[in-house]
Design a protein around this ligand. Sequence first.
Ligand code: SF4
Ligand code: SF4
Ligand code: SF4
Length: 256
Amino acid sequence: MDQVRTEETPGLDRRDMLKAATASIVGVASMAGLSVHANAEPARHKKWGMVIDLQRCILCRACTIACKQENKTPPGMLYNPVLEEETGEYPKPVRVWFPRPCNHCDKPACMPSCPNDAILKREDGIVYIDPDKCGGAQECIKACPYEVPLFDTGSNYHEGHGAWNEIASPELGLMQVPGKRITANQARKCSFCLHKQDESGNYVSLPACAKTCMGKAIHFGDLNDPNGELQTLLKGRKYMRRLEDKGTAPNVYYLL
Ligand code: SF4
Ligand code: SF4
Ligand code: SF4
């Protein structure tokens, strides 16, 4: 994919290009002054989040595939696409890319839009669509500024991929009905691989996207731990969150 090899663009290194492109991509006026401590919950509560290092992401899309494999999503449904954007002007156009899971926002725009109260914000920060309640109104799809929720039309892979259609998706746990996808005609999205949590609320293994990233670009952990991996990364680097002006307070951070 030659068009994404930004290091070949003369006169700019990757860090400079990312900096230059950031405002255009995310629509933020300033990258300075962001702090996750401002409205932090008491330390005893975990707040799961992600820090994604844009300098380490090589656009391999292994995270996208690992997520699809983990969650057994139907045709055309990707919980974590790697989006590409072009910015800058000739003769120095810049192409940038970034994985886009759900942001598990502190103020999720999707949640109040749902007429069935099917979207829940857990104490640990995870925003979750309850398939027991979702009536397929699709209001969350319109409300999310990040275009995260997707509509499960119930379509399956065609013959030859039949086995995939029958495999249980671990994200749905015991709610599954063999041979019938209960999320057909409902909204679905990244749940931060909630099914990987144990009974104490800790992760038995990393979310599939973070676990598979060979570039070690995706870091997952507790944003409320002041000495944890995520806060350590944020203290040492410049970073941004997408579309801060929407007031959603995302919990996915991008290191520049
Ligand atoms: S797996 Fe890692 S390096 Fe590859 S596209 Fe995803 S975030 Fe980037
Ligand atoms: S990114 Fe969209 S779907 Fe995810 S919590 Fe925020 S508003 Fe809701
Ligand atoms: S946390 Fe899980 S559901 Fe969300 S993007 Fe990563 S692999 Fe997919």
